[in-house]
Ligand binder design. Structure first.
Ligand code: ADP
Ligand code: MG
Length: 245
């Protein structure tokens, strides 16, 4: 296949079209998306949120997914995480077809392979920072004592002395860092961060993105991620009107 050969791509089979990515390091991509569509029905109106997305993400990549509001980013993230079913197309995570999984298997995948960080943190207000993080550990069936390694991550995130605080006693930046800790406590191979800096000022944004990048480098986690992140990412994928452009 010619380098960067885009012309005629439509005529090739998917294996040929995406063969190059598979050859790098000889490993299959940890995320493989083919022909993904999502149609929402709102009353009589059809909203075509995704219109045929093909995407490969290699293990350890830090990918920024960038697009205007309404372009389909959150829909893509929710499908990748098994939270929302696609209308058509396939998603393969770590070699396993999401569509072929039972609810239980998808739940297990979320416990073990995929972590989420949401724009609005989604911390439970009545729980301390520590319990907000441990709720995921607990669901994942792990020990509820943080490992020394994870204590180091908390130090890196600068929240190790904030663990007994409820979310309302934390700044926005601290809440987002707690949400990041929660997203990675089960050591997922994939961290899906959907506009994780959307509610932060530019200084906190830069700090959070720097930390995510550092975590990516230390842990080799695959991180799919969002705006502003382009300068931190190893690759930027643009999405417009439900298509990768
Ligand atoms: P982004 O995250 O890039 O802003 P979204 O994936 O949230 O984009 O939305 C893509 C399109 O799908 C938008 O037109 C949005 O209004 C629509 N949409 C998203 N979620 C729903 C939903 N649950 N029901 C109906 N339409 C939705
Ligand atoms: Mg969104």
């Amino acid at each position: 296949m010619s380098e960067g050969g885009v012309s005629g791509v439509g005529q090739l089979g998917t294996a040929e079209r995406f063969g190059e990515a598979e050859l790098v390091g000889g490993a299959q991509p940890i995320i493989r998306v083919r022909g993904l569509t999502k149609v929402y029905h709102v009353g009589d109106v059809e909203v075509r949120a995704l219109r045929g997305v093909d995407l490969d993400i290699a293990r350890g990549e830090f990918v920024a997914i960038v697009g205007a509001s309404g372009s389909g980013k959150s829909t893509l993230f929710h499908i990748l995480g098994g939270l929302t079913p696609p209308t058509s197309g396939t998603v393969t995570i770590d070699g396993k077809d999401l569509g072929g999984m039972s609810n239980q298997q998808r739940t297990d995948l979320r416990k073990t392979t995929v972590g989420f960080v949401f724009q609005k943190y989604n911390l439970l207000p009545t729980l301390s920072a520590e319990d907000n993080i441990k709720i995921v550990e607990y669901i994942g069936g792990r020990s509820t004592t943080f490992t020394p390694e994870f204590e180091e991550v908390l130090r890196l995130l600068g929240i190790q002395d904030r663990m007994k605080h409820k979310p309302r006693a934390l700044s926005g930046g601290q809440q987002q860092r707690v949400a990041i800790a929660r997203g990675i406590v089960n050591k997922p191979a994939i961290l899906l961060a959907d506009e994780p800096t959307g509610n932060l000022d530019s200084q906190n944004s830069a700090a959070v993105l720097g930390l995510i990048k550092d975590l990516n480098e230390r842990t080799g986690q695959t991180i799919s991620h969002d705006p502003e992140a382009a300068s931190y990412a190893s690759r930027t994928v643009h999405i417009r009107d439900g298509r990768i452009v």
